[in-house]
Design a protein around this ligand. Structure first.
Ligand SMILES: Cc1cc2nc3c(=O)[nH]c(=O)nc-3n(C[C@H](O)[C@H](O)[C@H](O)COP(=O)(O)O)c2cc1C
Length: 376
């Protein structure tokens, strides 16, 4: 039976499945539920010092479905939800309560602030005093917050991001992960800036900026709020291929430039097999947000079953045995062309009975094989 437990940056988890920041970690009730069901760790909904500035709208979700009417599958999910609108003091009380109830489980605070050293230091210090085990820095929310130069606006500016990571790491006694935005051309650049400035790990990806669609009856884009909308963040199955690519890019950079730093992979995970792919591309842990909104907290059991079955089928006993294994198979297009040309040349030689390796010489066809190697 495969061992799913992982230790990442000193954080011990029964399995690599982590609740990604969002509605599934939005208050103590649901965080407790996640631990009851067996999630490896929970990243709470992103908090800030002054929740009064956070004003949500409804509707704030829109879904992309495919398949025959009546049995459609949700493949894409847009949200225009902001970070937590609950008071910071309430959160501090709830962090304490959760850690009292589940002292051995990993509770990670997701934090976001404006570009101000004192605010970042205060939020870190107050959360760590409340007992959280680690931090995730939200540099990646693509909508609403960038209007206040927060979230993705910080994540797209390596200098600002690096400075904030430096502030956080100057006061944090806990591991710090920086959560990257995918709304950028080269994700490894902000990831590098975070690691250079002391972060233990990278989390990727947050949602992809999108417009879900336009209602052809009303001619209004969705989700429509009082007739209008604003672009939001895309998640769920449809983003998985993009997330896999970006996780691979971060993993390669970490492997060559910051060996030993961690990577928390996120984007469209709903099965143990999805998770196995992210681990094969270098993820130490795998986060799930939209999947929990669709299937509920019990999903973790199915994730563990699927991942375990994959590991048994390949004879992997631990996560570390296969983590990052598939990174070696990425190369350039130029190299693919060369590899294909060499393979074709070998195929042609074999078809013509030409020896290309000394092991191919046989006693029976020795003279014939010699003749085939003569120039003219
Ligand atoms: C409704 C909703 C709210 C979210 N809120 C947050 C948030 O507060 N902070 C954050 O870092 N990410 C937030 N996310 C992003 C998720 O944590 C995750 O990065 C993203 O949705 C991709 O993963 P998924 O396909 O498993 O959902 C939110 C996502 C959704 C769908």
């Amino acid at each position: 039976m495969a061992d799913l437990s992982v230790t990442v940056d000193g954080l011990k988890m029964p399995n690599p499945f982590v609740i990604g920041s969002g509605p599934p970690g939005t208050n103590a009730n649901v965080i407790n539920k996640a631990f009851e069901e067996g999630w490896g760790a929970v990243i709470a909904k992103t908090v800030s010092l002054d929740a009064s500035k956070v004003i949500n709208v409804a509707p704030r979700y829109a879904r992309m479905r495919v398949g025959p009417k009546g049995s459609e599958t949700i493949v894409g999910w847009q949200n225009i939800e902001l970070i937590s609108d609950r008071p910071f003091d309430t959160w501090i009380e709830e962090f304490k309560q959760v850690k009292q109830k589940y002292p051995d489980r990993i509770l990670i605070a997701s934090i976001m602030e404006e570009y101000n050293k004192d605010s970042w230091c205060e939020i870190v210090e107050r959360c760590q005093d409340a007992g959280v085990d680690a931090f995730e820095l939200n540099f990646s929310c693509p909508h609403g917050l960038p209007e206040r130069k927060m979230g993705a606006a910080m994540g797209q500016d390596c200098e600002v991001l690096g400075t904030v990571c430096g502030w956080v790491n100057s006061v944090s006694k806990k591991p710090v992960w920086a959560k990257m935005t995918p709304n950028i051309t080269h994700i490894e650049e902000p990831a590098r800036a975070a690691l250079r400035n002391g972060c233990e790990g990278i989390a990727a990806i947050n949602t992809i900026l999108c417009v879900m669609g336009v209602d052809l009856k009303t001619l209004r884009p969705e989700p429509t709020v009082e007739g209008y909308t604003t672009p939001g963040g895309y998640s769920c199955k449809a983003v998985r291929p993009i997330a896999l690519r970006m996780v691979m890019e971060c993993a390669k950079m970490i492997k060559t430039e910051f060996p030993g730093r961690s990577l928390s992979a996120i984007g469209g995970v709903e099965t143990g097999e999805d998770a196995a792919q992210f681990i094969l591309l270098g993820g130490n842990t795998v986060q799930v947000c939209t999947g929990v909104m669709i299937h509920g907290y019990g999903l973790v059991k199915e994730l563990c079953r699927g991942l375990s079955a994959f590991m048994d089928s390949k004879g992997f006993k631990t996560i570390d045995e296969f983590r990052g294994h598939s990174l070696q198979y990425f190369t350039t297009h130029h190299d693919l062309v060369q590899r294909q040309a060499s393979a074709k040349a070998l195929e042609k030689a074999a078809a013509e009975g030409r020896v290309t390796k000394d092991t191919q010489w046989t006693g029976e066809k020795f003279v014939e094989q010699s003749n085939k190697l003569v120039a003219n």
